[in-house]
Ligand binder design. Structure first.
Ligand code: GLY
Length: 390
């Protein structure tokens, strides 16, 4: 049995899920006029997303929400809006607009793979395959990892990050779609490297990990967005948990299942009673630090993904836990009044600057694009047998 906080939220009911989905889909509909031809910023400003060009790593999450709204409502307005977004994503990858990084899965799975899977959009398929090819170009055989950021091969940027586990499903999809084994082999190699170096002996995780460009040997783990190098960035742990679930779906390796359980236990042991973490798991109530609701939404999706692959007993345990997390998100964190926010989930944290990290410091205690998306994905997963975009 999972050793999780036993007080706190009850599991959300089916009716609770249905009601929350209605609210979320209405918010997507309200946002269409502002964001059919534009992207949402990575995070809100005073709880309101500005519209921006499609040039950030987070742009895929808004079309992902539109596709989820389409699946829930079958309203063709959503389909048309999401397909307009697909054209923007095709243009972006064909012209390589701000694509010099590893976040091709975050960009192209919820926007373009969704379009291909749901309505057979050929441009969605084409764009996603081009994105997979771009991701392959970032693979570094010396060290066997996908380089996250910066100029490829540059010694100062020779590192990968735990978040990249969520970019790997794009490669598995491309492999299945084309019959080419190399996409799959790169995904497997990157996951193997992540397991070897990013998981600490106490089952917490490093955010980023440097490798030696000459020998491929592991050098050191460092944070960019966590509190400090040796702390436990909540979303990094969440990406690790969800990443292991998706990896296990594509390759039933015992190491993925085992690591999922270990990372999950570390995470659960550090949650406050409402099951939504502080932005770094090193904090507790006395520190008065902001939460990261997006990490909770990601973990809920990871639990529901793993539940589909597990024994009936474990599946039930994971689903009940996901229902408790989602209940907390719906009751306390979700946007119910569109006058206060055009997002879905309040109290996310993108990157909080500390003396010990290297991030810019933005989107603190705000809605964040992926928090909104995974919140809706969790609701959809609880409402039906859902065929994943990932
Ligand atoms: N993948 C970047 C982040 O989670 O902020």
């Amino acid at each position: 049995m999972l050793d999780v906080v036993t007080t706190g939220p009850e599991p959300i009911t089916d009716q609770g899920v249905a009601d929350a989905l209605e609210v979320a889909v209405a918010q997507v509909r309200r946002n269409l006029p502002a964001f059919t031809y534009r992207a949402q910023n990575h995070s809100s400003v005073d709880n309101v997303y500005p519209s921006v060009a499609n040039d950030q790593w987070t742009a895929g999450f808004w079309p992902g929400q539109i596709w989820l709204a389409y699946e829930h409502s079958a309203d063709k307005t959503f389909r048309y809006a999401a397909q307009i977004q697909v054209q923007s994503f095709l243009h972006r990858i064909e012209n390589r607009i701000e694509t010099d990084h590893h976040d091709m899965g975050f960009l192209y799975s919820p926007s373009c793979i969704a379009a291909w899977k749901l309505v057979g959009d050929e441009d969605g398929r084409k764009a996603a395959l081009l994105a997979a090819d771009q991701l392959m170009e970032r693979y570094q055989p010396v060290g066997q990892f996908i380089q996250a950021w910066g100029r490829k091969g540059n010694a100062n940027e020779y590192r990968y990050i735990i978040d990249c586990l969520l970019n790997l499903p794009l490669l598995y999809w491309a492999s299945e779609e084309t019959g080419r084994e190399d996409y799959r082999e790169v995904a497997l190699a990157h996951a193997r490297t992540t397991l070897a170096h990013s998981v600490r002996s106490d089952d917490s995780t490093y955010h980023t990990f440097y490798m030696d460009p000459e020998t491929g040997a592991p050098v050191r783990g460092v944070t960019k967005q966590g509190y400090s190098d040796e702390s436990f960035w909540a979303r990094g742990q969440a990406w690790g948990i969800a990443g292991m679930a998706f990896s296990y779906r594509y390759e039933r390796l015992a190491a993925y299942r085992d690591t999922f359980e270990r990372l999950l236990k570390f995470y659960l042991d550090r949650l406050p009673t409402d099951l939504v973490p502080y932005w770094d798991l090193v904090f507790s109530e006395k520190d008065r630090e902001p939460r990261d609701s997006s990490a909770a939404a990601i973990v809920a999706c990871g639990l529901l993904e793993m539940a589909d692959l597990e024994t009936p007993e474990k599946a039930e345990e994971y689903r009940q836990l996901a229902r408790r997390i989602v209940k907390s998100l719906v009751d306390v964190y979700s946007v119910k009044d569109p006058d206060i926010s055009n997002g879905q989930l309040l109290h996310g944290t993108y990157s909080k600057k500390t003396p010990h990290n290297t991030c810019r410091g933005e989107g603190v205690d705000e809605c964040v694009a992926w928090g909104d998306y995974y919140y809706m994905e969790a609701l959809i997963r609880l409402s039906r047998r859902w065929s994943s975009y990932w």
